[in-house]
Structure formats: C-alpha cells, structure tokens
Design a protein around this ligand. Structure first.
Ligand code: BEZ
Ligand code: FE
Length: 309
C-alpha cells in the first residue's frame, strides 16, 4: 500500500480535505447548546489538523482505535485507563492550570489522580490516617488560611497516599481502607495528623497506557507525594499534593507532570529515640515530620477534580 506521507499533497487534495472539515463543522451548527457546539466544532478542527499534519496512515488510525478499545476494556470502577491517558499526556495538568489561575499567595493545585475515595474515615486532629499501612510514621502539621491571612476554622482536609510498597489501599484486593482519612481544621485553622513518609510509585502500567510509556521509553513512576483536598464554604476547593525535597524522582521527572516547586516540602527524619511532637509512643520506630501551610483562594465550594475516577 502507498504511504500517504510520501505523496505530494496537491491543491485538489488540500481542497477535498478542507471541504470535509467544513462539512463536519457545519454538522454541529444545529446543536441546541452553544457550548457543546463550540466544543465539537473546535474538536473537529483540531482532530483533523492533527490527522493532516502527520498524514496519519490507516494502520495508525486502526491502532489508535484498538488502543481506545483496550483502554475501555481494562477500565473498571477502580481502574480508570482514560484518566491515566489524560495524566500522562499532561492533559489533566493543563485542565488544572486553566481552572486554577494563580491567586495571590494561594496554594497551587495539582492533579487529582484516580485513587481518591469518598467517605474515607474521619480522624481527629493528632490521629493516625495510616490505619496500619506500612511506612515510616510522618507527623504532618499546618494551618488552613485564606489569602488575606484569615484562619479557616473547620476546613475539611482529605488526605490519601500510597504505602511504602507504592500501593494505595484500593489496589489490594482485600477491601482494606488505609492511608486515607479526613479531618477538620480547629478553631484557629490549625491541623496535624500522623501519616506515612511518601514513597515514589508507578502509576498502573500493565495496560495500554503503560505500553505507550514503554514504547516511548518513559517511566511510569510518580515523584513521592501525599495528596490533599481541602474544602471550606466561600473558598475554592484545593486539590493538591506535597512532594518530598530531595526525592530523586523530582529530578528524573514525574510521570504525570504534577510537580510544582511551591509544593516541594522539607521532611525532617528523626531516630526512634527522638521525642515526637505530640508525645506519641511509636514503639521504637524512627519517624519524620513536615509542615504544610495551606492557603485557599476565594471562590465557591466544590472545585473541579480533574482526573477523578
Ligand atoms: C496519583 O497521584 O495517585 C496518580 C495520579 C495520576 C495517575 C495515577 C496516579
Ligand atoms: Fe498519588
């Protein structure tokens, strides 16, 4: 079969290709919803521009359809291959960037990821969100404030992370709920809890997205992080994580492009003999601590959660 990339594109051919685009664009003119019309017409133009720019072959198009089919087949309630695709293409972070414009000194947002679970257990300030998950205990403390420095008492803080083996609870098939919780800031907007020292882990790479990463020589590993989602009435919902200064994955690169300099935090490691900030007895385990002072931008309630399953 002839490779269309080898053939000169004649003026007639160009005219045929452009006429098709206009025909498809026009087919959306009758959309009742103006926004839907804009989205479909723009998608059409960009998709056709891509196809024409690379002079896509029929084999390549069939491969793309197979990829999407495989992504659909592997997707379940707890495994979202399309989210992973969006993440590794940087699309999730681009949507985050568009929808979370910088606001004064507000804490920056980053990718949501597919491992958030509604109804994680509530813990009180000072309690442990690990619930037995393996890892080095980590004391996390901070404040939740607005951009003008006002404390936000009662702000709801969701936290979740992988264990030291690099797995979230939902990736085990025993139904465990661990290394996730929610708590509320106190009357001064302060909070603290025990979690785990974050470790690097790969995003699930046993599916079609993993195959693409392997084919292009990209690592599936994410920089070590601890997820936060913070909500309070009158403030924009913040979806973010903190990263570990010194983590070599920060240099190698984060597979979903989620790192922002302002979110890299110092974690101080302490030997088992060192007294803990709240006097907790860790039974002879070494521990670490970090601080995360959160600043919420003004806005209305539930923000978006890009990349939620
Ligand atoms: C996560 O941080 O949990 C995550 C983000 C994107 C893809 C997979 C996992
Ligand atoms: Fe994560």
């Amino acid at each position: 079969m002839n490779d269309p990339r080898d053939t000169q594109v004649t003026a007639e051919q160009t005219a045929r290709e452009e006429a098709l685009i206009e025909e498809v664009v026009a087919s959306f003119e009758g959309a009742g919803d103006e926004r839907l019309k804009v989205l479909m017409q723009s998608l059409t133009r960009h998709l056709h521009a891509f196809i024409r720019e690379v002079r896509l072959t029929e084999d390549e198009w069939n491969l793309a359809i197979k990829f999407l089919t495989d992504a659909g087949h592997i997707t379940t309630g707890t495994r979202q291959e399309f989210v992973l695709l969006s993440d590794v293409l940087g699309a999730s972070m681009q949507v985050v960037a568009i929808n979370n414009p910088e606001h004064a000194n507000a804490t920056e947002a980053t990718v949501f990821g597919p491992f958030f679970v509604e109804d994680a257990p509530e813990i009180q300030i000072g309690e442990d969100m690990a619930f037995g998950a393996a890892g080095e205990p980590c004391f996390v403390a901070g404040t939740v404030k607005g951009v003008d420095g006002e404390a936000i008492p009662g702000a709801r803080i969701e936290v979740w992370e992988a264990d030291e083996d690099g797995f979230y609870d939902v990736q085990y098939d025993d139904g465990r709920m661990a290394a996730r919780a929610h708590l509320y800031a106190d009357e001064n907007g302060e909070y603290d809890f025990w979690g785990l020292f974050p470790t690097p882990y790969p995003i699930p790479y046993d599916g079609p997205v993993g195959q693409i990463l392997a084919a292009v020589g990209r690592s599936p590993v994410r920089a070590s992080h601890l997820h936060f989602m913070v909500t309070a009435p009158g403030y924009r919902t913040l979806v973010t994580h903190i990263f570990v200064r010194g983590d070599e994955q920060l240099v190698i690169g984060d597979s979903v492009f989620g790192v922002k300099e302002s979110l890299i935090k110092d974690f101080a490691h302490h030997p088992a003999e060192a007294p803990t900030p709240d006097g907790r007895d860790l039974g002879g385990r070494a521990w670490c601590e970090t601080r995360f002072d959160i600043v919420l931008a003004p806005g209305e309630g539930e923000g978006m959660r890009v990349s939620g399953a």
